[in-house]
Design a protein around this ligand. Sequence first.
Ligand code: SF4
Length: 95
Amino acid sequence: MHCVTVKAGMDCAFMTKSGCGFNGGSCHQVIEQCDGCQRVMETPTGRYCSSFPNPSAKWRTSQCNFATHVKLESSSQQLAKINPLKASKRNTKGK
Ligand code: SF4
C-alpha cells in the first residue's frame, strides 16, 4: 500500500488500511551517518531514508550496507569475521 504519513505516495510494506504498522506508527528520520547518502529523501515532514524505516538500526552494529556514500569494509576486515571453527577445519584438511 502507499504511504499516507511521512513518505506520502511511496509504496510501503508496513502501510495497512488501519495505518502505518511500523514500530512507532511512522518512519524515523535519518541520522548523522546518513549525510551524503543518495537514499536520503527530503520531505515536508523531514529527512527520511527511501529504503529503511529506521536508519539508526542500520548503523547500530556496523555501517549501513545500503549506504551509497561509504565503501564497504576492506577485505582484510571481512576476513577477520570468518568463523574460526570453519577456518580451523579448512586448515586441517590440507595436512
Ligand atoms: S541507505 Fe543507509 S545510509 Fe543511506 S539513508 Fe538509508 S539508512 Fe542511511
